[in-house]
Design a protein around this ligand. Structure first.
Ligand SMILES: CC(=O)N[C@H]1[C@@H](OP(=O)(O)OP(=O)(O)OC[C@H]2O[C@@H](n3ccc(=O)[nH]c3=O)[C@H](O)[C@@H]2O)O[C@H](CO)[C@@H](O)[C@@H]1O
Ligand SMILES: C=C(OP(=O)(O)O)C(=O)O
Length: 427
């Protein structure tokens, strides 16, 4: 299995191009199920999760064609065409590898009036139930049955009537599923306490470009007037705010000076605010964000929250940065109950972190040392890379399939700004 080897200590300097957002792409691709016309997505990141979703779409009879696939380019242009759906079943083998597969439930129900989707399992960051996805589908008029590990959903008269739903907990995925189901419903739907993440706005903008009628985009109350049909569109996937935030932490921990080309400051204000509190200099303009640090990092108290709060997907990377800050920081993870799996690995690299339930206390240390490490999820793995960049000696990060889910050509991007990093096969 491949591993990444980092020889720490290099100051990062230069420009990193920011890719299209994984978490936006994973909700934009299933929109192809909503129309028989072609949907072309530009700026799709080359990631294992995107390939996995493409595979799932093929299973439903959706044709995909990839353009502009030069190896030197970041991103891809892919056209999806769901002229006729040949299956409405998302099998266990595909869903278990990628939780976001549940996002086919809404559009499939809307287009075909039925969907059978394997129940995704739990995962390293928490239990991650899908009860809200099912409840909101019921509120929109679907009948749901659970049998043999599958969700079987159908619209009683061939189409969903639409309806109202107040989310008891803010859920990004359930809001996305509901939007994709409601756009083709017979009537109007109202979603309250809906998620407001920039990826939801990206989804709404694509749906509107396809002919959907949505009021309240960017707010926690969304009103969706169902339309009879949607048409094709060409749409550019938004920049990945979590990738950008991760490289900002990498630049800061090395006392570096890095431009994140294509990142949008207004979509990641909470992360930039946290970085400023830690003592990092952040300058944002229309085309990107400049991050610089003199290496003097200050402790900070951070708490994750739904957007516009601090993204849980940034918690591990900011924690890696705080390991090297002066003083004691307190982190509070409010979204997932088990998202501190990186802590023992960071401690093996010389960090001094204690956890108690959802709280982590990070006592800053003057130096960290390289080690052989591996993590059990995507952002946890990135936190180890960030720590490795500033650690003394060599860090080897294993289980790269986590990183490959969410960081497009990570080692190339970090090498571009001067990191001593390589990916090697493990014999
Ligand atoms: C592909 C994608 O976009 N993934 C993101 C998405 O995941 P995802 O959409 O799975 O996360 P949610 O926003 O749904 O989860 C938020 C909270 O709600 C709970 N919950 C969720 C659904 C449900 O039916 N029942 C329930 O109890 C979850 O366990 C969690 O505690 O948002 C998360 C929170 O910003 C991010 O960490 C993930 O990177
Ligand atoms: C948790 C994440 O993704 P997913 O929901 O796809 O597991 C993430 O992107 O950090």
């Amino acid at each position: 299995m491949d591993k990444i080897i980092i020889r720490g200590g290099n100051r990062l300097s230069g420009t990193i191009p920011i890719s299209g957002a994984k978490n936006a792409a994973l909700t934009l691709i299933p929109c192809a199920l909503l129309t028989e016309e072609p949907l072309t997505l530009r700026n799709l990141p080359r990631l294992a999760d995107i390939d996995g979703f493409q595979h799932l779409m093929t299973q439903f009879g959706v044709s995909t064609s990839i353009q502009g696939n030069r190896p030197e380019d970041f991103g891809r242009v892919v056209t999806y065409e769901a002229t006729r759906l040949t299956s409405t079943v998302a099998p266990y083998d595909l869903v278990r590898k990628m939780r976001a597969s549940i996002l086919v439930l809404g559009p499939m129900l809307a287009r075909a009036g039925e969907a059978t989707v394997s129940l995704p399992g739990g995962c390293a960051i928490g239990n991650r139930p899908i009860d809200l996805h099912l409840k909101v589908m019921e509120a929109l008029g679907a009948q749901i049955e659970l049998a043999q590990g599958y969700v079987r959903a159908h619209a009683p008269d061939g189409g969903l009537p639409g309806g109202d739903f107040d989310f008891p907990v803010v859920s990004v995925g359930a809001t996305e599923n509901a939007l994709m189901a409601a756009v083709l419903a017979a009537g109007t739907s109202r979603l309250t306490n809906a998620a407001r993440e920039p990826e939801i706005v990206d989804l709404c903008n694509l749906l509107v470009a396809m002919g959907a009628e949505i009021e309240g985009i960017g707010n926690s109350e969304l009103i969706i007037h169902g339309v009879k049909r949607l048409h094709g569109a060409t749409y550019r996937v938004m920049a990945d705010r979590i990738e950008a935030g991760s490289y900002a932490c990498a630049a800061a921990i090395t006392g570096g000076d890095v431009r994140l080309e294509g990142a949008k400051g207004d979509e990641m204000a909470a992360t930039l605010h946290a970085l400023r509190n830690i003592g990092v200099t952040v300058e944002s303009d229309a085309r990107g964000i400049n991050i610089s640090s003199d290496g003097k990092l200050k402790a900070a108290n951070l708490s994750t929250a739904p957007y516009p709060g601090l993204a849980t997907d940034m918690q591990a990377q900011l924690m890696a940065l705080l390991c090297r800050a002066e003083g004691t920081s307190v982190l509070n993870e409010t979204i997932f109950e088990n998202r501190y799996m990186h802590v023992p690995e960071l401690n093996r690299m010389g960090a001094n972190i204690e956890t108690s339930g959802r709280t982590a206390i990070v006592h800053g240390v003057e130096k960290m040392t390289g080690a052989e490490v591996m993590a059990t999820d995507l952002r946890a793995s990135m936190s180890l890379v960030i720590a490795g960049l500033a650690a003394e000696g060599t860090t080897e990060v294993r289980r790269l399939y986590h990183l490959d889910r969410g960081y497009e050509r990570l080692e190339e991007k970090l090498a571009l700004v001067g990191a001593d990093i390589e990916r090697v096969g493990d014999d």
